[in-house]
Structures are given as structure tokens and as C-alpha cells.
Design a protein around this ligand. Structure first.
Ligand code: GLA
Length: 372
């Protein structure tokens, strides 16, 4: 394994997809996967960028087979994972699958410790495109010495697979994971609550230097549409993940989502910020009482901005161009990325009144006409 950052082109922008865990936990099946794959296509999610359909924990049978290979639970997946993988690919999607670096998965199924090469090969034979490797039952192991085994195991299969490192920030993965995998969890598990979203956001503040093409901080999968937050809160959750250049893994029931949920998850101009090719993660540049300002540099020099009201009452939020940086000063052209509307030229800065727990997401571009 080299010391340099990964640059294999497998995740030039943050991976996007759907993962079974947040909504379905261990209750997953072939039937659910096929219906979800169809729904990803029909809802427009696939075409909005959600390409990886990831089966999380509990797809496994309770023991390895006689050869020592992992096997799927045949009751839940009667046609097997190779067949399911083909069905997923047939729909223009990619297949993601979970395992665990320790002796057991978090749900108690066989883990991959000592079988990294065997299991990576098995995944490759199944046509897996994305491996999530979790961290339960890893007594005595360290992330920085364990995950490189996965990098090598995947490379040895000859099949390109995104490596999603899920050790919950135990071993400061931003220090080493950029050379090892494509994304790494930076926090404990998300919950479908406002408190969890803002807590996770706070834990990203120092991590912007470590993100870039093919290596991303992962503040965990999305809860948008799972019912524990208001639509305003979900819009804020999604705005923050997008400006943070987070992998966007939808975690809801896409077969039965509300129009509001679908509109949030497929908002084209917000997704475009997440997927901006420069690959910069936002910095928090302002914080006054409950109001925060996050800024991200975009390809070509424009800036994405999130204005956030964490408080319980409406608040005025303001960004001034001197906070934004780059060549933006004096007058900037402002566009509202949720409304998908130009706000117009603004001198010095921009301000807006935000409902409790709401966010505005903007793009500011240098106004060349003003200088002519
Ligand atoms: C851990 C991970 C979650 C999920 C579950 C599955 O908690 O952090 O994302 O994969 O295990 O058991």
C-alpha cells in the first residue's frame, strides 16, 4: 500500500445511493431490494445521481459454508446475491454490500476478520461495486492497521470496488483513511433527530482539509423522509450534507415517500453542490448565537453558502462577502439553490429570516458586469 492518497477515479465526487439500514434495520429481503431498485428508477432518484443500492447488515446466513465462504440468508434471498446483483445492474444501478472487519457483524453474523481476501473475492464474484466494512467485534484491532488489508484484498480481486470505512471515527480515520478507502465515517451512528444532525455537523468543523476526490469524510447516511424530523429540518440536514461534500446515501423507504421527501432528495442544484468536481468540503466561517454560516468553494470560483438557524425561534441570518473569500467582494450574484431562482446582485452580503431549524442554501458568484 502506498502512502499517497487514493486516486483511482472510483469516487471523483462523493458516492450517492441508498442504504437499507436507517429505515429497515435487519429486516431486508430480495423483495425489498427489487422494489427499492424499481422505485429508485421510477422516482427519478437514480437519474438524480443515486447509483449505489447498498445492502447493509443482516443479509448474511448465520454461518459460513463448508468452504469457508460467506453465504446469503437463502430464506430472505431465495435467488441468491449473484442473481440479485444482476437485477440491480440491469436497472442501471450499482450493488453495495456490507461486512465487518471483526469476528462478527454488529447484528451477530459472521465477520470477515482473517478472511479479508476470501470475502473480497466472494464479493467480486457477486458483482459487488461498493463494500461497506463495519467495526463491531474488533477487540484489540486498530483501524489504521486493519483497513489497509481491505485495500489490498480488493485490489487483488481485480474488480473495482468503492471501500466505505465504517469505524465511527475511533482511530481518527481522516489521518490515514484517504490512502486506504474512498470514504470514512466521522461519527457514531446518526439518529432520525434534529439533535443528531446538529451534533454530527459540529463534528465536521475541523475535517475539511481531509476531503477531496476519491476520499471523503462520511457524516453517515441520510435520515431524510424517515419521519422523525420536519421537512424544514430534513432540508437543513440535506443542505449541510451537500455543502460538506458528504456521500449522499438515502436511508428512507423510497417506495412510499412523500412529494416533499422526493423533492428534497432530488433537489438538483443542492445535489450539484455536493457533487461539485473541485471536491472541497465546507468550512464554518461564522457562528453567532444560534445562527451559523458555512461556505464551500466551488469549481470556477463561485461559493456555496448555507445559512443555518439552530434555534427554537425565527432568526435573522446574514453572510457578508468578506467572510466568503475568493474574488467575491463588493457585489455578487446570488442564487437560491432550493428555490432555483436568481435573487439578483447583492452588495456586501445577503441576509434572510429563517424559521426555527431552517436553512437557506445559496450560490454566490462574482458579478463581472458590475466591474466593467
Ligand atoms: C453499525 C453501523 C451502521 C449499520 C449497523 C448494522 O452500527 O455504524 O451504519 O451498518 O452497524 O448493524
Amino acid at each position: 500500500m502506498g502512502l499517497g492518497l487514493l486516486s483511482d477515479g472510483l469516487a471523483p465526487t462523493p458516492p450517492m445511493g441508498w442504504n437499507s439500514w436507517n429505515r429497515f434495520g435487519p429486516f431486508i429481503s430480495e423483495h425489498l431490494v427489487l422494489e427499492t431498485a424499481d422505485a429508485l428508477v421510477e422516482s427519478g432518484m437514480r437519474d438524480a445521481g443515486y447509483r449505489y443500492l447498498v445492502l447493509d447488515d443482516a443479509w448474511e446466513g448465520s454461518a459460513r459454508d463448508d468452504e469457508g465462504d460467506l453465504v446469503e440468508n437463502r430464506w430472505a434471498f431465495p435467488n441468491g446475491l449473484r442473481w440479485l446483483s444482476d437485477e440491480i445492474h440491469r436497472r442501471g444501478l450499482r450493488f453495495g454490500l456490507y461486512t465487518d472487519a471483526g469476528t462478527r457483524t454488529c447484528q451477530g453474523y459472521p465477520g470477515s476478520l482473517g478472511a479479508e481476501a476470501r470475502d473480497a473475492k466472494r464479493f467480486a464474484e457477486w458483482g459487488v461495486d461498493f463494500m461497506k466494512v463495519d467495526w463491531c467485534y474488533t477487540e484489540g484491532l486498530r483501524g489504521r492497521s486493519t483497513y489497509p488489508k481491505w485495500t489490498d484484498a480488493i485490489r487483488a480481486t481485480g474488480r473495482p470496488m468503492v471501500l466505505s470505512i465504517s469505524e465511527w471515527s475511533r482511530d481518527k480515520p481522516w489521518e490515514w483513511a484517504g490512502a486506504v478507502g474512498h470514504m470514512w465515517r466521522t461519527t457514531p451512528d446518526i439518529a432520525d433527530t434534529w439533535a443528531s444532525v446538529v451534533d454530527i455537523a459540529d463534528r465536521q468543523v475541523e475535517l475539511h482539509p481531509f476531503a477531496g476526490p476519491d476520499h471523503w469524510n462520511d457524516p453517515d447516511m441520510l435520515e431524510v423522509g424517515n419521519g422523525g424530523m420536519s421537512d424544514d429540518e430534513y432540508r437543513t440536514h440535506f443542505s449541510l450534507w451537500a455543502i460538506l461534500a458528504a456521500p449522499l446515501m438515502a436511508g428512507n423507504d423510497v417506495r412510499a415517500m412523500s412529494d416533499a421527501t422526493r423533492a428534497i432528495l432530488t433537489a438538483p442544484e443542492v445535489i450539484a453542490v455536493d457533487q461539485d468536481p473541485l471536491g472541497r468540503q465546507a468550512r464554518r466561517v461564522g457562528r453567532e448565537r444560534d445562527v451559523e454560516v458555512w461556505v464551500r468553494e466551488l469549481d470556477g470560483g463561485a461559493r456555496a453558502i448555507v445559512l443555518l438557524n439552530r434555534g427554537e425561534t425565527a432568526a435573522r441570518a446574514e453572510v457578508t462577502w468578506d467572510l466568503v473569500g475568493g474574488s467575491i467582494s463588493d457585489t455578487a450574484l446570488v442564487r437560491d439553490l432550493w428555490e432555483r431562482q436568481d435573487v439578483g446582485p447583492r452588495r456586501q452580503g445577503y441576509d434572510v429570516t429563517l424559521a426555527p431549524h431552517a436553512a437557506a442554501m445559496l450560490k454566490a458568484t462574482r458579478d463581472n458586469s458590475a466591474r466593467a
